[in-house]
Design a protein around this ligand. Structure first.
Ligand SMILES: NC(=O)c1ccc[n+]([C@@H]2O[C@H](COP(=O)([O-])OP(=O)(O)OC[C@H]3O[C@@H](n4cnc5c(N)ncnc54)[C@H](OP(=O)(O)O)[C@@H]3O)[C@@H](O)[C@H]2O)c1
Length: 213
């Protein structure tokens, strides 16, 4: 398949690019600044664009099967996530190109907590509250998108870090997945596996899903 990745130079995006290439897909990596070292594999095509610009999104996604976005604004600029989200949604609307977004875990409900979301819990870390709230707004924008957008939103586990690719994890929908010890985690490599599985075998069209050990 032809897959374009926004946020390709990031922690998650670079692993998505690697997983997609390993599966034999034709990958286009979007960078904002071509002069900045990107460290992407030579087998990925590079193109320049900004997720917040609907014209860039339409131009770059033309002829693609799927657009994946794993963008994250710099700390203090969390409001830019909604600009990027609106640009992506407007840019693919009506084109038939599928849009898959890596978002946040904060909007997942906590098991047994009567509908309370993770970001609403008293122990939620203050330093990631702004990005978590921005990601909740991001999910709201996806859910409000018109019927002409074929979207899927992937919320990671609470702890998402570089690690190893095991290919073994569980999938859920709107509730945080926790293991027997009460932990919620997944490696970025396995999150990329979950995302590429969804690309190849769509099971969560116009909805959110989550992946965790
Ligand atoms: N447990 C969790 O819920 C959890 C934990 C970690 C991450 N996440 C989520 O995972 C996603 C990716 O995070 P990350 O840690 O991989 O981020 P990251 O390493 O900071 O990378 C962010 C990427 O986004 C790009 N970018 C930002 N704004 C853009 C725009 N308007 N247009 C195009 N590209 C843009 C950056 O490009 P430049 O190089 O041009 O700046 C960079 O490639 C985010 O949605 C984040 O919230 C969730």
């Amino acid at each position: 398949m032809r897959i374009t990745v926004f946020g390709a130079t990031g922690n998650v995006g670079s692993r998505v690019v690697a997983e997609a290439l390993a599966r034999g897909h034709e990958v286009t990596a979007v960078v904002r600044d071509p002069a900045k070292p990107h460290g992407l594999p030579a087998t990925a095509a590079l193109t320049v664009g900004d997720a917040g610009d609907p014209e860039d999104v339409t131009r770059i996604s033309a002829g693609q099967d799927v657009v994946i976005t794993a963008t994250r604004p710099a700390p203090g600029r969390e409001h830019e996530l909604s600009v990027a989200t609106k640009g992506l949604l407007a840019g693919v609307a009506g084109t038939g190109v599928r849009l898959l977004a890596v978002g946040g875990a904060g909007s997942l409900t906590v098991p047994g907590a009567g509908g309370t979301t993770l970001v609403e819990t008293p122990d939620f870390p203050a330093e990631i509250r702004s990005i978590a709230l921005a990601c909740s707004e991001q999910l709201d924008l996806y859910r409000a998108a018109g019927e002409d957008v074929d979207w899927t939103y992937l919320s990671p586990a609470a702890l998402l870090e570089p690690g190893v690719r095991t290919g073994r994890f569980r999938l859920g929908r709107d509730e945080l997945l926790v293991d027997a010890a009460g932990d919620s985690a997944i490696s970025m490599e396995d999150l990329a596996v979950a995302l590429l599985d969804e690309v190849e075998q769509p099971a969560h069209r116009r909805s959110r899903f989550t992946a965790a050990y």
